[in-house]
Design a binder for this molecule. Structure first.
Ligand SMILES: [Zn+2]
Length: 76
């Protein structure tokens, strides 16, 4: 089961939770203040492997596997 990272917008706390993929975007309570004003953050693993985050990258740029342009050919 993957680990997801969440950030609480109420108290700015980041926390991680083990959840199944289908529940990744379900509501989760902050472990610090119990607020449900939380959102899923990009996981540490993703951040480290990428080095940079490009918003909407899947739509217009390559993925690293393909040489750029479109990912429709490489299936990523
Ligand atoms: Zn909180």
């Amino acid at each position: 089961m993957p680990i997801y990272e969440y950030i609480c917008t109420a108290c700015d706390t980041r926390f991680e939770a083990l959840r199944s993929f289908s529940k990744a975007d379900d509501l989760i309570s902050c472990e610090q203040c119990q607020s449900e004003e939380t959102q899923r953050a990009v996981s540490a693993a993703f951040a480290h492997s990428g080095g940079r985050v490009v918003a909407g990258s899947s739509a217009s740029t390559g993925c690293g596997t393909c040489s750029g342009g479109s990912c429709s050919s490489c299936g990523v």
